[in-house]
Design a protein around this ligand. Structure first.
Ligand code: IMP
Ligand code: MG
Length: 183
C-alpha cells in the first residue's frame, strides 16, 4: 500500500522519497563547492536561510559545504493554507551588515516567485555585491518572474506538497520525505 499521511483536514501521499531528495542536494552542494571555492574567512559567503521552510534544506547544505560561510536567516511569508495570498509579509527582516557581501539565498520552494522577488529587492537595497538563489524545489509551470534561479535541486508540477521543511498550516515540516496533496 502506498504511504499516506493526514495533516489537519487533508490527506497527502508519498511523492519524493528522502533518498532522492538527498541525491539532488548532493549535486547542488557539489556545484556550490565549485562556484564558491574562492570564499575566504575574511570575506565569507552569507548563506541566508529563509525561515521556516528552508531550515532542513539549509542544514543539509551546511553538512556538505566546504567553503567559509556565515549563516543568517530572515522570514517572509505569503502562503495561507494551500495557496499563495500574493502579498509578501516581512516577519523577520534581513540581518544587518550585508553591504558588499556575496549572499546565497536558501529557499525551500519557489512557486509564484513573489517571495524571491521581494527578497531580491530588499537585498538590492542593502547594496550586496552579489545575490544568488538556491532553492530545493521549483514549480516551473507557475514561475514567470525574471529573477534568475541559480541553483534548483528539483522541479515539481503545480501541486501542493509538504515535508522536508515544508508545511501545511505549520504541520508536516518534520516529515523526512515529500508528500503531495491527494486531490
Ligand atoms: P511564492 O512566493 O509564491 O514563490 O511562494 C514561496 C513560499 O510559499 C515558499 O517559500 C513556501 O513557504 C510557500 N509554498 C509554496 N508552495 C508550497 C507548497 O507546495 N507547500 C508548502 N509551502 C509552499
Ligand atoms: Mg518559504
Amino acid at each position: 500500500m502506498e504511504k499516506r499521511i493526514r495533516l489537519h483536514d487533508k490527506t497527502f501521499r508519498m511523492f519524493i522519497p528522502n533518498a532522492d531528495i538527498e541525491k539532488a542536494i548532493d549535486a547542488v552542494a557539489a556545484r556550490l563547492n565549485k562556484d564558491y571555492a574562492d570564499s575566504t574567512d575574511e570575506d565569507p559567503v552569507v548563506l541566508l536561510c529563509t525561515l521556516n521552510g528552508a531550515i532542513i534544506y539549509a542544514a543539509e547544505l551546511l553538512k556538505r559545504i566546504q567553503f567559509p560561510l556565515v549563516l543568517k536567516a530572515c522570514k517572509l511569508s505569503s502562503y495561507d493554507g494551500v495557496s499563495s495570498t500574493g502579498v509578501v509579509k516581512t516577519e523577520v527582516p534581513l540581518p544587518e551588515h550585508l553591504e558588499g557581501k556575496r549572499v546565497l539565498i536558501v529557499e525551500d520552494i519557489v512557486d509564484t516567485g513573489n517571495t524571491i522577488v521581494a527578497l531580491m529587492d530588499q537585498l538590492k537595497a542593502h547594496n550586496v555585491r552579489d545575490a544568488r538563489v538556491c532553492t530545493l524545489l521549483l514549480k516551473k509551470e507557475v514561475y514567470k518572474k525574471d529573477v534568475k534561479l541559480d541553483y534548483v535541486a528539483m522541479e515539481i508540477p503545480n501541486r501542493f506538497i509538504v515535508g522536508f521543511g515544508l508545511d501545511y498550516d505549520e504541520l508536516g515540516r518534520n516529515i523526512k520525505d515529500i508528500f503531495v496533496l491527494d486531490e
